[in-house]
Design a protein around this ligand. Structure first.
Ligand code: ZN
Length: 81
């Protein structure tokens, strides 16, 4: 059993609930929610969101790179960012 899980059990036994978790400082940088596990400083949910946003950005960048100058100008006119 991990230290965090054990701590959470003790905390809930004492009726501390999530407030007890605050002492572990396992809080997501993005949403501020206490979390059992941090992924590079974020809870799993935010980490997945960030990864999805990064994937979208990379996909846009890729399609941008594949365009020639004419298509880029056209894309800019259409409001492509
Ligand atoms: Zn989060």
């Amino acid at each position: 059993m991990s230290y965090e899980k054990r701590f959470k059990e003790i905390a809930s036994d004492c009726g501390m609930g999530v407030y007890g978790l605050a002492e572990l400082d396992l809080h997501c940088q993005q949403c501020g929610e206490p979390t059992e596990e941090l992924h590079e400083g974020y809870c799993e949910e935010c980490c997945n969101e960030n990864q999805a946003a990064l994937d979208r950005h990379n996909a846009e960048y890729d399609s941008w790179r594949r365009m020639d100058d004419d298509r880029r100008e056209e894309a800019i006119r259409r409001g492509y960012t």
